[in-house]
Write a protein that binds this ligand. Sequence first.
Ligand code: GLV
Ligand code: MN
Ligand code: MN
Length: 421
Amino acid sequence: MSMREDVQNTVNRVDQGRLWRRLMEMARIGAIPGGGVNRAAFSREDIAARALLVAWARARNFSVAMDAIGNLFIRRAGSDPRAAPVMTGSHMDSQPRGGRFDGIYGVLAGLEALQAIDEAGVKTRRPIELVAWTNEEGGRFQPCTMGSAVYTGARRLEDFLDVKDNEGVGLRDALAQTLAATPDVARRPIKAPAAAYIEAHIEQGPLLESAGKTIGVVTGIQGLRWFNIEVFGKTDHAGTTPLALRQDALRDAVNIIHALHELTRDAADTVRFTVGRMLVTPNSPNSVASHVLFSADVRHPDPVTIDRLGKAVEPAARKSARQCTIKVTPTLHDDPCVFHPTVVDSIERVANELKLGSMRLSSGASHDAMYMARICPTGMIFVPCEKGVSHNEAENAKSADLAAGARVLTAALLELANKEE
Ligand code: GLV
Ligand code: MN
Ligand code: MN
């Protein structure tokens, strides 16, 4: 099937060079050696990225607003003032050693779609709204996907205000600083209806590249559980205190981590288990550790398995603490999500109409789309990234693939924005 001519004309306005230039301009904000970015949520760099996005949006006369958790919304009006918007977006924050595309690609592909539609002079019935979600990564403040969790009512903003980063800075203060840095952006209430949501993202895995496909039609996201595990011991002299008399928090942390690796061992290599963050007190080579806090991230696509594994974490941790007391705090509980068939089909059809090779796949990484799927028909578009590398400064993607994803996004948004109830 071929694409309707007016849709094709709009899609042709997607400008590969402009999208790439914007990506590279954003990549200068928080640039780190090795070609990556460090743009932690609510950091100076996050604030600068927001300001740049707002400037680009205002240059096209799109309206801009922010809610109480700092989610940033850019809207192109529709012809029906009562209609809920079709939404797209992703995030601008990054991992500490993140790449130039994770998150920001979805935001700038969304801006490219809005601009292409605007330049083509196309009227849509529904508004189209681009959102840059706050703190998707969760590298600085845990958990991840905070902005969309609050927007969709899955979590309350108040639940997160007392979270502290590794330096002891509170989210409450960091958020207040971010909001204060944009006094000229209108405030809007946290919750608002959405008609549909599509998020574009690099795949962050190797499947599209190895299959030689340009477009990933994402069918859903695997489930995940996050925990903070704290071990409470007692600090002592490393040279004098007999081992049997110690309450060594780091030694027990190692015991627990070992037990959790055993718990999640999986010959099929489907379970994902990661301890990626650890804070040790007093963190001195010749003092026994008195306190350790570490994270545990467990993922699986099957709801029964992720439930079983999630429930087994605390008992396994308790059983393996030999000298110390522990506290296990769940910080994230997301069941696997399945995207809406209408949106999935529409992405697949548009990719075919644009003669782009596509395949269906499920997401191993988490995304704000997971929460949006709770409130409206949702789907995602993946494009390949080099060797599947992500959460790494070497993350890379081809300009042509990124533009192809933006074209699919543009056509799919147009279709959804003009759909009758
Ligand atoms: C998001 O980056 C995730 O942890 O999957
Ligand atoms: Mn991401
Ligand atoms: Mn990420």
